[in-house]
Design a protein around this ligand. Structure first.
Ligand code: ATP
Ligand code: MG
Length: 432
């Protein structure tokens, strides 16, 4: 196949066969975010590159290795690798932070990272995310985590563990980074190349390394929780107690440090073992310094991103239910060319009732139309021949039971009325 006919590596097509799975997670995430009082925000697919350097952070994998950047007419742009930076930029630019706080927004968007494609790791992937700006309370942390948990529960996902940690504020972290440097320096030679650099520039990131050798060394590394200042400790205790109060189980995992630079205090990941090595379905935390770092006021904020491909993969692995596929409610089979205008009118009258109706557009033989109606999964079928149209009556066939019921065929209006009555009697909720 010609190269231009192949999708780029690490991208996916979602064909009509699978789209109901996406509709399921899009609908559920939207409904739950709205029930928590979050409003949708839409931001551009690309931003000025510097935005990501300043927010995600110079020493992160995302900025160092994974960004898709282009120079277009002398300005450097980058396809968003995540949603937080653009969302905060939009909040600042649109003056949202000058309004009543907290501002609570959610998004469903595509992200782009130049990574090695594998199961659960793509170059274009999708996130559902929420951001809350202007809330310092530990209840805000608990609320955001509860929102994620509610989504996972509503989708029927089991065997997923909330991993919780606090990485403190810049004050606690300075001491901790020092302790980490002291711990790792004797092992310097055994560390991977990236981690040798991390040791110099940002030792906490060492804990995030995916290499098994490095992970083995990091096993006995000092734990951030032992370095928290009183305020951060108190905040963390309050988050944990609010979660416990709401019946949200968690494990404390001091290795969760998050890949991005802007996090402070609470960080968390929901991790499942159902989908192999890339098991983090949702990740987030507090980033109290980010907005000020970008040139705004000092506004505490927090949020998370949930990988929709990993979410769907988990649901498939666990046999969770998706919304039913949308299929044809009524197929109208005209027997000959003379019946086609009526077929089109009748189909349209049924659509106006909010149902899905189709008729022959391929000049199929009668037999081929029957086969096609089956293939569409049509719930009902009506045959329109010159006899039926002359007599002003015909039969609607329930394709599942084979049962036929009479309908008026004198006008599109009376047909659609009768048809609606039949489908309601059969107990179908056929609304689109
Ligand atoms: P990982 O450690 O798996 O690389 P990350 O820390 O880089 O993840 P985040 O930046 O926190 O990920 O993104 C939030 C979520 O987005 C992840 O938990 C995951 O579900 C999803 N995600 C991140 N990168 C990818 C990718 N390349 N392909 C598919 N989903 C991804
Ligand atoms: Mg990553």
């Amino acid at each position: 196949m010609a190269n231009y006919l192949k999708r780029p590596q690490g991208t996916e097509d979602v064909t009509p066969e699978r789209i109901h799975k996406w509709h399921t997670v899009e609908k559920v995430t939207r409904e739950i975010a709205e029930s928590f009082g979050f409003s949708e925000i839409r931001i551009p697919t690309f931003e000025v590159t510097e935005l990501f350097h300043r927010s995600v952070g110079e020493t992160t994998d995302v900025v160092q290795k994974e960004m898709y950047s282009v120079i277009a007419r002398e300005t450097q742009f980058t396809l968003r690798p995540e949603g937080t930076a653009g969302t905060i930029r939009a909040m600042l630019q649109n003056g949202l932070l000058a309004e009543a706080l907290p501002q609570k927004v959610f998004y469903q968007l595509s992200c782009f990272r130049h990574e090695r494609p594998q199961a659960g790791r793509l170059r274009e992937f999708h996130q559902f995310g929420v951001e809350m700006a202007g809330a310092a309370s530990p209840y805000a942390d608990a609320e955001v985590i509860l929102l994620a948990k509610t989504v996972l529960d509503r989708l029927g996902i089991r065997d997923i563990v909330l991993n919780l940690n606090s990485i403190g504020c810049p004050t606690c972290r300075a001491n901790y980074q020092k302790a980490l440097r002291e711990f790792f320096t004797p092992h310097r030679e055994q560390l991977c190349e990236t981690c040798q650099e991390r040791l110099v520039r940002n030792p906490m990131r060492l804990l995030d390394c995916k290499s098994p050798e490095d992970q083995a060394i990091a096993k006995d590394a000092p734990v951030i929780l032992d370095y928290l200042c009183d305020e951060c400790k108190e905040h963390f205790e309050a988050v944990k107690s609010a979660l416990t109060d709401m019946g949200v189980d968690y494990v404390i995992n001091p290795k969760i440090v998050r890949g991005l630079d802007y996090y402070t205090k609470t960080v968390f990941e929901f991790i499942t073992t159902s989908i192999g090595a890339q098991g983090t379905v949702c990740a987030g935390g507090r980033y109290d310094g980010l907005i000020e770092q970008l040139g705004g006021q000092s506004v505490p904020a927090l949020g998370f991103g949930m990988g929709l491909e990993r979410l769907i993969l988990t649901m498939e692995q666990q046999g969770c239910d998706f919304l039913p596929k949308k299929s044809c409610d009524l197929y109208i089979a005209p027997m000959d060319a003379a019946a086609k205008p009526a077929a089109m009118r009748y189909a349209n009258a049924v659509r106006e009732m909010g149902l899905r109706a189709e008729f022959d557009l391929a000049d199929r033989s009668f037999k081929a139309q029957m086969k096609y109606a089956n293939k569409l999964g049509a719930r009902y079928l009506v045959v329109l021949g010159s006899n039926e149209l002359e007599q002003g009556s015909g039969q609607v066939k329930n394709m599942e039971t084979g049962e036929q019921k009479p309908v008026r065929l004198d006008s599109a209006a009376s047909f659609s009325e009768d048809f609606m009555q039949i489908s309601v009697t059969d107990g179908f909720d056929l609304k689109l």
